[in-house]
Every structure is written in C-alpha cells, then in structure tokens.
Design a protein around this ligand. Structure first.
Ligand SMILES: *[C@@H]1O[C@H](CO)[C@@H](O)[C@H](O)[C@H]1NC(C)=O
Ligand SMILES: *[C@@H]1O[C@H](CO)[C@@H](O)[C@H](O)[C@H]1NC(C)=O
Length: 381
C-alpha cells in the first residue's frame, strides 16, 4: 500500500518539477514533516544538562545542530532558539577558555563538521539580530587547526587525524568547502588559495573512481598514493558538490566546469547509490530486519548528502535546480512514507516500506530531518 502511494507521488513529482523549480517557495507541508521529526528529536534525545544528544557523538551532534538551525532559517520560527547556546558545541564556543585542539581529539574531519555547525548557528543568530561573534571566533580557530594539517604526503591534502596515518576524501572535501565558503564570509585570500589548492589536489588524487563516485580515501603504503577502493559512502558524494559550488561562487560564478564536475558525482550517486523507487541506499542499509545495519557514523550519511545538495543548489543558481528537484521530492516522500514510525522517529532505511530493517537513533532522525529540509527548499510541493 505504501509503495503504491509513493509511486503515485513520484509520478506527480516528476511532471511538476520544472515549473516549481523556477519559483522555489519553501514547501510548508514538507516543513511540517520536518518540524514533527525535529520536535521528536529534541524531546527524545537532546539532553539539556550536557547539551548533547543521547546516543550521539561530537560530529553527528554537529550535523544535527546544523540541521535544526537550517530548519529554523527555513521556517522563520525560533522554536529551538535556546539550543545553540545550550548545546555542548555552543557552550564550548561561548567559553573563551575552550581548548579546541584537545576537545577535537585530533580528528580533522570532526573539526570540519563542527565548523559547519558553528557557522549555521552563527547564521541563525545573525538572521535574528543576535551576537554571533563567539561562534564565528571558534569556527575560525578550528579552521586554522585543520589548515595546519596540510603537508606534501601524497602531493598535498590535509590528514584525516593528527596521527597522520590516512588522507581521505571527506576531510579534504570538507576543507575545500570550509575554505571556499569561509572566503565568501571573510574575504581572506588565504582561504581562497586553500580552496583552489585543495580542489586541484582532490581532482588529481585518484579518489574519484570511473563511476564518478569518491571512494573513502588513499592508500599511502607505497611511494605513489592511490585510491584505496574502499566504500563509496553517500556523504562523500555530497560534500564535494557543495565545496565545488562554493568555489564557483568564490571565483566569480563564471567557471561552470566546477559545477559540471560536481554534477558528475551527484549524478553518479543517483545512478549507483539508490534502490527501490530511486531512493538513496547506503551500502550498509538492509531492509531485512536481522540483516546488516549501518554503524553509528554511517546512519547519518544519506541526510548529509541531501543537505549538501541543498547547499550546492544554493550556490549553483536556479538553472541547476530542475535536474534535482524530483529526486529530492522522492527522498522526502520515502523518509515520510517508508522511514518514519508512529512516534515521528526516522529509521535508517529509506528505500523500503514500513521502516524495513531500520534502526532508530538520533543520527537516523537527523538524517531524515535533513532530507525534509532540503526538499522543502528545492523539491516539489
Ligand atoms: C546566547 O549567549 C549570548 C552570549 O552570552 C547572549 O548574548 C545571548 O543572549 C544568548 N541567547 C541567545 C538566544 O542567543
Ligand atoms: C575552471 O575549473 C576547471 C576545473 O577545476 C579548471 O581546470 C579550469 O582551469 C578553470 N578555468 C578557469 C578559467 O579558471
């Protein structure tokens, strides 16, 4: 029954996408679904005493807070207006004695997610006329920590961690995005130079395979670093796109090749990392209960892909929206019809009915929330 309903929705979606894309209103019905998920997420998982999500981790909490503020910027409400200051990340930003180096524990990808979270909370505060300086200061300190992790092993790139054992896709995609979008905030030419050199390095690194998808990272055990062939996680196919679109805008919105490069990977995601009725499927997702289950990190990846497609479209311009609108509509529809239980918790599996095989955690709910928020902006209504 659910499957039939979804097919009908998708059919309408596909027909309606081009005309709706030109207008780009926030879809109130989709925002309503997002708010239901967010309310449940905050009530069920957010611990006001320590400012963390029960069952979360630093980097997934960073994404969850980003999603929550992305939602408030979309709705115009201040429903979760106290959360930024109350969150562990926000408290740490407000405390001038925070030692970010030790708080981040040497993890340069976590650091990148925390910067994105601080910037989104800062944008929310600025939008509501509130002082955001502590959040921006913290973000800039953390950015400098990541930038210091660049060296010439494998010809460049920042290390995944301060242990200097691995150069991988996500840490460098994040550094590209932070550098290009940071430049759009502060016009510091060092940021722009970092963005340029990072894309040049990524594009020559071999981390993108013949399908157009990024594998996890590089094997540096031999003298020439090469693609390690590890899993093509969905999030790696999204963050590259937002980073390239930010570089496109940072360099004057004239070099469409940067957008075309982003779309090679976005389109490969849709071609290769989906199942059922064109719904994102992480390789570890399995609709059969008792089958394999994505781990605590992997549970949030699909939502990150949708969020970074939103950021891509924010910067790539309206002419690029129509191509992805129906797909975002399919994701929000699947999250709602297939992935969500009666309590408004979103499970890990989106592509099969009745939350098939899903686990339910703050990460899986945040992932579904991001899919709704992205579709409210760029999907059909
Ligand atoms: C958050 O903390 C800042 C700094 O202490 C304060 O100015 C602000 O009023 C607080 N509340 C909100 C909602 O930003
Ligand atoms: C546009 O971007 C592509 C891809 O990185 C690059 O190869 C090319 O040199 C750029 N063109 C200009 C005019 O900067």
């Amino acid at each position: 029954m659910f499957r039939k309903a979804l097919v009908a929705v998708l059919f309408i979606v596909a027909l309606a996408a081009p005309s709706i894309a030109a207008v780009q209103p926030q879809c109130q019905a989709t925002l309503g679904n997002a708010l239901n998920v967010a309310n449940r997420l905050q009530a069920e998982y957010f611990d006001v005493d320590n400012g963390q999500y029960n069952g979360g981790s630093l980097w997934t909490d960073a994404n969850t807070l980003e999603d929550l503020h992305n939602l408030m910027l979309a709705t115009g409400t201040d429903q979760y207006g106290a959360v930024a200051n109350a969150s562990f990340i926000g408290r740490s930003a407000l405390n001038p004695n925070t030692n970010w180096q030790s708080l981040l524990g040497g993890s340069n990808d976590d650091a990148g997610w925390v910067v994105l979270s601080l910037w989104k909370m800062a944008d929310y505060k600025a939008n509501r006329g509130l002082d955001n300086s502590a959040f921006l200061n913290a973000a800039s300190q953390i950015y400098n920590i990541i930038a210091g992790q660049w060296d010439n092993t494998c010809g460049g790139g920042v290390w995944w961690s301060t242990a200097h054992t691995y150069k991988n896709a996500v840490t460098n995609e994040l550094f590209l995005l932070l550098s290009a979008s940071g430049y759009l905030r502060n016009r510091d030419p060092t940021y722009l130079a970092n963005a340029q050199k990072t894309w040049e390095w990524i594009s020559n690194s071999g981390m993108r395979n013949s399908q157009g998808l990024f594998n996890d990272g590089l094997d540096s055990s031999t003298s020439v670093c090469k693609n390690n062939g590890q899993t093509t996680w969905t999030y790696n196919q999204g963050v590259i796109a937002s980073g390239l679109a930010a570089l496109y805008v940072a360099t004057g919105s004239t070099n469409a090749t940067l957008l075309d490069q982003a779309e090679i990977t976005l389109d490969a995601t849709i071609a290769h990392l989906t199942a059922g009725t064109n719904i994102l499927k992480e390789s570890c997702d399995d609709a059969l209960s008792g089958g394999p289950v994505c781990n605590q990190d992997q549970q949030i990846f699909k939502g990150i892909w949708t969020k970074h497609l939103q950021y891509y479209l924010d910067m790539a311009g309206s002419a690029r929206v129509a191509k992805y609108s129906a797909f975002l509509g399919s994701q929000t529809s699947a999250v709602f019809h297939f992935g969500t239980n009666a309590n408004a918790d979103v499970g890990s599996v989106w592509y099969a009915p009745n939350q098939g095989g899903s686990v339910f955690t703050p990460k899986t709910s945040a992932s579904g929330l991001a899919a709704h928020v992205a579709a409210a902006k760029y999907g059909p209504c």
